[in-house]
Design a protein around this ligand. Structure first.
Ligand SMILES: [Cu+2]
Length: 96
């Protein structure tokens, strides 16, 4: 019984963590990819934490390999942070 309840607790934690991550992801359309420069142009929805409304802008990516799985016109979900004062994509995945 003890094992079952600790598993349930772990599962509940995983579910709530992934819900939070999903809720913070921003929807965007990929407009342009510059893998050499490690940059991507995204037409994104509102981002309350940056006080941004919908716009098209260039982001740096944390790791250029993040750009390998996406192409222009893909719909993606992403999250970003300001790193060294520059808006930087930290996670990006194709939307279903
Ligand atoms: Cu923006």
């Amino acid at each position: 019984m003890r094992v079952v309840s600790s598993m349930a607790t772990s599962l509940a934690m995983i579910v709530s963590l992934s819900t939070v991550a999903f809720a913070e992801m921003i929807s965007a359309d990929v407009q342009k990819i510059d893998e050499a420069a490690g940059k991507v142009t995204l037409k994104h929805g509102p981002i309350p934490k940056f006080d941004m409304s919908e716009m098209t802008m260039v982001y740096r990516v944390r790791d250029p390999s993040m750009l390998k799985g996406v192409k222009v016109r893909d719909k993606v979900k992403f999250d970003a942070d300001q790193i060294d004062g520059k808006y930087t994509v930290t996670i990006m995945q194709k939307s279903q």
